[in-house]
Design a protein around this ligand. Structure first.
Ligand code: DC
Length: 214
């Protein structure tokens, strides 16, 4: 018997979840959605419309987000990450983005989604769930290298402070906070190369599939 392979990949900023998710998607031949892009698009869009982050505007923008909004290079900036984390606390924004994500997760054959609440809220019945993490220092260094590569002049200390602030906001909010679900397998990438993290992720997915089949 075959079943749709939905893989939920959650974790904090710059934990390596996006890289792991995109490698898993390629490996299993599944579509991949980086759900952080949805919140980034809402944050950037709301800022453009209103000049500040405010709930009603953010909800209106969220209601009109489509796949076409997700490929803008501006979404990858440090500022966009901060705006995303701010709009992500609004329950109305999360509700407006729910259907888009659940439709993606319901694709025939399956899908890989990465974010903060995929295994807990978006796809609670996913057969494979990973919680990818790494120490704040390792994550800050990764994000700093990525931002420097994009031409952003920012220090490692500033990025570490951003990461700590975002962790606190993402984990401390009432609406779908970032947390490791009881049924999600932990993958700590602090000491792992990308290749090693990917191999371990495959092993965990296979383990989860095996326990579903048996
Ligand atoms: O993964 P990222 O850094 O692109 O995410 C940006 C912000 O979006 C993150 O700080 C919190 C929010 N987010 C969320 O609340 N839920 C998700 N499923 C994905 C992202």
């Amino acid at each position: 018997m075959s079943f749709d392979l939905v893989i939920a990949v959650d974790g904090p900023a710059a934990s390596g979840k996006g890289t792991v998710a995109s490698r898993l998607a390629r490996h299993y031949g599944l579509p991949h959605l980086d759900t952080g892009l949805l919140y980034r698009a809402v944050g950037v869009g709301a800022m453009k419309q209103h000049g500040a982050i405010e709930e009603a505007t953010a909800e209106r923008v969220a209601a009109h987000i489509t796949q076409a909004h997700l490929s803008e290079q501006a979404l990858m900036t440090r500022a966009a990450g901060e705006l995303a984390s701010q709009v992500a606390v609004y329950p109305g924004v999360r509700a407006a983005l729910l259907k888009f994500q659940q439709d993606f997760a319901a694709k025939k054959g399956g899908a890989v989604l990465d974010g903060r609440d995929i295994g807990t809220v978006i796809a609670p019945h996913a057969p494979a769930k990973l919680f990818v993490t790494a120490s704040p220092e390792v994550r800050a260094e990764r994000r700093w290298k990525q931002l420097s590569g994009l031409g952003e002049g920012v220090s490692l200390e500033e990025v570490l402070a951003d990461i700590r602030k975002r962790d606190e906001r993402d984990s401390g909010r009432d609406a779908a906070p970032l947390l490791q679900g009881a049924d999600a397998a932990l993958l700590d990438t602090s000491q792992l190369t990308i290749e090693a993290a990917f191999r371990e992720a495959c092993r965990l997915v296979e383990q989860a599939r095996g326990s579903i089949k048996s």
